[in-house]
Design a protein around this ligand. Structure first.
Ligand code: C2E
Ligand code: MG
Ligand code: MG
Length: 367
């Protein structure tokens, strides 16, 4: 599927797979090595599926309906290793024509093809833009009634009107190769809704740098939306998610430079989660860092978390980086972080994410 087609709402090959399961066509499959081809041929022969080998290459094609292509892909997918799934390429062409140059952009990995065909619900959400944003306040540590800003958090809306949490949507979008589309819609939804609520303070917008091919053109729509909403740039903080595993550091630096040059602030999200590296601080030089709730949770009870968090806070203070402690659920966590100089607090203790940004939180004295 061409990556822009969803934005333009045009129908494309893989996209229409959902609508016309009985439509006939041809499935082309390219394998990374002969060995993979042999495994697949064995399986096709066992199921009496007819196929055609192409020019001594590790490649085959077979005539089938789109629905069958999806079934075959799923079955074959179970035989392959994760790397084979990623390296095997697939193209489905409707009708009897041979692939044309313009079909090349529809070639996907077998893994993406399988995930894509299992993502009807996500495609529908993307097409109809069935998303909304919740907002969670980020408050001053010293006085939790002072709201510094709000983090915008994505929520999907399913056909029954139920909310779908972002983790599930993001995981499916990543696997189906739809993260760029999702990330863009999420950014635009955050901006549109934040401006609609007319609250003061900053807006923290999550973004996945791996979802941006080219920072300038991909972010243009975001900047245009911010301009349209009349939000001044110094009120916007972009939170880099997945900062623990940047796939391409130079790319990430270029993206952040673009944001910063335009006047936006940058936060590194989820510091302290997974394998996130403090080395990124000097590489990316953020304005803020957000301490992940993995560190926050019971920081007052766990000497390892306490030692690490203390050091991170100390480094941030030395470098004039503001800190947000995320996921604060109890007063002991809040007090511990406050005593060690964390700048801002975010968490259920203060307020849960809500569709309308709260404009009051409890004062420090209440805790
Ligand atoms: P995150 O950016 O680290 O967001 C904080 C998550 O922690 C949110 O979960 C929030 O609801 C949750 N949280 C806040 N305080 C507490 C607390 O005290 N206790 C607990 N248990 N949880 C708390 P949510 O909304 O489910 O978002 C999960 C993740 O999905 C986010 O983590 C972020 O990585 C991603 N995400 C959310 N919205 C977007 C978006 O618009 N774009 C992108 N790229 N990613 C997003
Ligand atoms: Mg975040
Ligand atoms: Mg976070």
């Amino acid at each position: 599927m061409s990556k822009t087609s969803l934005n333009n709402k045009t129908c494309t090959c893989r996209h229409t797979a959902r609508c016309h399961a009985k439509e006939a066509g041809k499935l082309f499959v390219w394998f990374p090595v002969e060995h993979t081809l042999k495994k697949v041929i064995n399986s096709l022969q066992q199921c009496a599926v007819k196929y055609e080998l192409i020019h001594d290459k590790p490649m085959l094609s077979l005539d089938c309906k789109i629905g069958q292509a999806q079934e075959i892909a799923s079955r074959v997918g179970q035989l392959l290793t994760p790397i084979e799934l990623k390296e095997t390429q697939v193209l489905f062409i409707r009708g009897t024509i041979q692939p044309q140059l313009q079909d090349f952009s529809d070639i996907a990995s077998l893994q993406q093809f399988i995930k894509f065909t299992q993502s009807d619900w996500l495609l529908e959400m993307l097409e109809k833009e069935k998303f909304t944003s919740y907002f969670q306040p980020i408050v001053s540590m010293k006085n939790t009634s002072q709201i510094y800003g709000y983090e915008a958090l994505l929520r999907g809306i399913d056909a029954q009107g139920n909310l779908i949490p972002p983790a599930q949507i993001i995981e499916s979008a990543t696997e189906a190769g739809l993260l760029p589309q999702l990330d863009r819609i999420a950014r635009l939804s955050s901006i549109a809704q934040f401006s609609r609520h007319q609250v003061s303070g900053k807006v923290f917008i999550n973004f996945s740098p791996t979802a941006l091919y080219d920072p300038v053109s991909c972010l243009r729509s975001t900047v245009e939306a911010i301009n349209r909403a009349g939000i001044s740039y110094e009120r916007v903080v972009f939170e880099v998610v997945e900062s623990d595993t940047p796939q391409d550091l130079e790319h990430l630096k270029a993206v952040l430079k673009y944001y910063r040059d335009a006047g936006f602030a940058i936060a590194l999200d989820d510091i302290g989660s997974g394998y996130s590296s403090l080395n990124l601080l000097h590489q990316l030089r953020p304005d803020l860092i957000k301490l992940d709730m993995e560190l926050t949770r019971n920081v007052h009870l766990d000497p390892y978390k306490a030692a690490i968090t203390e050091k991170v806070l100390e480094i941030a203070q030395q470098l004039n980086i503001l800190t947000v402690a995320e996921g604060i659920e109890c007063i002991d966590e809040l007090n511990w972080l406050r005593e060690r100089g964390a700048t801002f607090a975010q968490g259920y203790l203060i307020a849960k994410p809500s569709p309308i940004p709260v404009n009051e939180t409890l004062a420090t004295s209440s805790f």
